[in-house]
Design a protein around this ligand. Structure first.
Ligand SMILES: [Zn+2]
Length: 237
């Protein structure tokens, strides 16, 4: 095994590391979490209007109920004047009776309004409760997805750790000059600094070399560092 073969093994290891890092950055759970955020925002936005309407109807109901309570107090006062005080003349009693009827009519009208309001409130409450349940579902999904993300990250991390450990030995087996050359080239070539020449094709750029170029490369000493004339990567022939 030549130094170049060992660099090629190192390259394979580094490529695996790059792929694992890419996998870690693009785990499906990240996209799922984004989708969950979008769903949550949609639900939150969808309740704004019905919530405001529900609150407004609720305030109106409260106002009517307060008014009804006020009328009930007045009715009690009139009833007291009529039947408990016993001091009223027939004329006064007639007037009080008229007051009583007027108050009762007003109360009945207000109670009808309350019923109408309650009929409007009922479906709003049902829809809002549905949205609350949807939010619970979404938040549960988020917790599960976060846990799945942590597990997926840990799985990739343990693969990365194993590759990093074996890389130490692979790098130690390569001559320091070759290692330096490889590590300088790697960032310039998208992470792939060294490639095998298969037939006349560089496996780094996948361009075919001219027959004369291939002959010339093959005549060089096996451990001499040669570069692809097209892409500049170290070639293993
Ligand atoms: Zn090339």
């Amino acid at each position: 095994m030549t130094d170049l073969d060992r660099v090629l093994d190192l390259q394979t290891s580094d490529t695996t590391t790059d792929q694992l890092r890419h996998r870690r950055e693009t785990l499906a759970e990240y996209a799922e979490l984004k989708a969950i955020d979008v769903r949550e925002a949609e639900i939150v936005a969808s309740v704004v209007e019905p919530r405001a309407e529900r609150d407004s109807l609720g305030r109106e109901q409260k106002r009517l109920e307060d008014e009804i309570a006020g009328i009930e107090q007045k009715v009690a006062v009139v009833l007291h004047q009529l039947y408990e005080e016993g001091l009223t003349s027939p004329k006064e009693a007639q007037a009080l009776q008229a007051d009583l009827e007027s108050l009762k009519r007003r109360q009945a009208a207000l109670e009808d309004e309350v019923l109408e309001l309650m009929e409007k409130i009922e479906p709003l409450d049902a829809a809002l409760a549905g949205s609350v349940a949807d939010l619970d579902t979404v938040r549960g999904d988020r917790e599960r997805t976060k846990a799945a993300l942590v597990a997926a990250q840990a799985a990739v991390d343990s693969e990365l750790a194993a590759v990093a450990e074996s890389r130490i030995q692979l790098a130690a087996a390569v001559s320091p000059e070759m290692l330096k050359s490889y590590e300088e080239l790697r960032p310039q070539y998208g992470g792939i600094a060294i490639a095998r020449l298969v037939g006349a094709t560089c496996q780094g750029c996948f361009l075919s070399l001219a027959a004369a170029e291939v002959d010339e490369l093959r005549r060089r000493p096996a451990d001499e560092l040669v570069h692809c004339p097209d892409c500049g990567r170290i070639l293993v022939r």
